[in-house]
Design a protein around this ligand. Structure first.
Ligand code: NDP
Length: 424
């Protein structure tokens, strides 16, 4: 019996909220809050007749910690689930600290305005020191470690699929399958087709920023020292035949969980992340980038200030509307190379999810589903005390077993392959 404040009511949050309502024994009360309360209320009205979970709604602009604190003080939740955007992470963490509440999210912090000189200073230093230039990284949220520890509060970062389940798979592989893991390849394949020439499967602004950034991976030099290797965006391409999906082109991207896994998987030498993209998506993205439509820098247009990428977002299909049109499957998982009992071993742990099955069950496509279910399962781990560990932690730092059990129960069972084709 617990009370959760859920901030965000978009594609991912909708799935998480619907799943919370099927687990009323844990989520006995939830409050759904975002800037547009009417969206939260619409979803609440749809759900109330069929759930024991008591649902309330609120309006909150989570860009400001004081707004979130005010709502927390009124609602008194046991946990704040941040399923809004990465821009709000720090403000919501501040509010949780002020009010003494546990925190979780699905993506690590990045600022909305990457031209902010204060942020830029820290960013430029990090690029120089660490060697990867993605706008998002864990440093901002890891800086809260001591504060959360001292307050006896747990912050769970990145409880979606990747980041999230991908890290639980690593913890599971280490716990049950390997003595040492040397190489990890995280493969994210979306074999779904929504019929549009160009659309993004989750928030377009966040998605396009992520995939247009330079790629990078973790590698180890001859002296055993780990370091980042950065490459131009989309410059490493591989072909892979995915179970239940078929052959796809995939590209090496920078991805946030590489950063935490490099610290938390002892002895790991190389970690890479690949995502599949069709040619049409890449052609559109390149063109949009070339003409400046991915820019976050405001411009004056007919007397009004507009941010090109936000304008583009308004033109593109709402990711939440892709559900009915998307057919095909996703296949997301990790290939491991390491040793067990002194012998070399390879192992592939993955999930296959069908877009239309997700739509039939919850009215959402598989990308929102595969993110929303782990968000709800991560929240469940915190609310049932299975994952409470004061500080700021990523998924691989916790026992994967209860989480993986919950994933299977709530719609994301895993599959294994003990002789996988490796990625060269
Ligand atoms: P959407 O754009 O569909 O939804 C975002 C939600 O956040 C909306 O309900 C919006 O409501 C709310 N929101 C935005 N700004 C604010 C604000 N200032 N205050 C309060 N609420 C706000 O995004 P998605 O559902 O696609 O993505 C949600 C999160 O999931 C993102 O952080 C994304 O990066 C992450 N994600 C993680 C993945 C993973 O595997 N780990 C995969 C896919 C996504 P309103 O406008 O009413 O405020």
């Amino acid at each position: 019996m617990a009370r959760a404040l859920i901030i965000g009511c978009g594609a991912v949050a909708t799935v998480a909220i619907k799943k919370c309502c099927t687990a009323s024994e844990v989520f006995s009360e939830i409050c759904i809050a975002s800037r547009h309360r009417e969206n939260c209320e619409k979803l609440a009205q749809e759900l109330r007749p069929n759930t024991k979970t008591v649902i309330t709604t609120a309006a909150v602009d989570a860009d400001k910690a004081e707004n979130v604190s005010k709502l927390i003080k009124e609602y008194k939740p046991d946990l704040v689930m941040n399923i809004a955007l990465p821009y709000q992470d720090l403000a919501i963490m501040d509010a949780c600290l002020e009010c003494g509440v546990n925190y979780m999210d699905t993506a690590n912090y990045e600022p909305e305005n990457i031209d902010d000189p204060e942020w830029r200073k820290v960013y430029d230093k990090r690029v120089k020191e660490q060697g990867f230039s993605a706008y998002f990284d864990y440093s901002w949220q890891w800086a809260y470690k001591e504060k959360f520890e001292k307050a006896g509060l747990t912050a769970l970062l990145g409880s979606g699929f990747d980041p999230g389940v991908s890290q639980a798979y690593c913890a599971y592989a280490l716990k049950h399958q390997f003595d040492t893991i040397e190489e990890i390849d995280i493969l994210d394949c979306n074999g779904g087709d929504h019929g549009y020439k160009f659309a993004t499967n989750f928030n377009p602004e966040i998605n396009l920023r992520e995939v247009s950034a330079p790629g990078s991976y973790w590698d180890t030099d001859a002296n055993g020292k780990g370091h980042w290797v950065e490459i131009p965006a989309m410059s490493i391409k591989r072909e892979y035949v995915f179970d239940e999906v078929g052959k796809k082109d995939m590209y090496l991207l920078h991805h946030e969980e590489i950063e935490s896994l490099a610290q938390n998987i002892p002895g790991v030498k190389r970690i890479r992340f690949f995502m599949t993209f069709g040619q049409s998506y890449l052609d559109h993205m390149r063109c949009l980038e070339d003409v400046g439509m991915l820019s976050t820098q405001p411009i004056k247009f007919q007397g009004q200030e507009i941010v090109p990428i936000q304008f583009l977002k308004a033109l593109l299909p709402d990711p939440a509307s892709l559900g009915p049109r998307t057919v095909g499957k996703t296949n997301i998982g990790c290939i491991f190379k390491g040793t067990k009992d002194g012998k070399p071993k390879t192992y592939y742990l993955y999930n296959v999810c069908d877009h239309q099955e997700c739509y039939k069950e919850l009215g959402s496509q598989a990308i929102a589903y595969t993110t929303g279910v782990p968000a709800m399962c991560g929240a469940m781990m915190l609310l049932t005390g299975k994952w409470n560990k004061p500080g700021v932690h990523t998924v691989e730092e916790f026992d994967p077993d209860p989480f993986m059990e919950a994933l299977t129960k709530y719609g994301l069972p895993w599959k294994e392959n003990f002789n996988p084709v490796l990625v060269d």
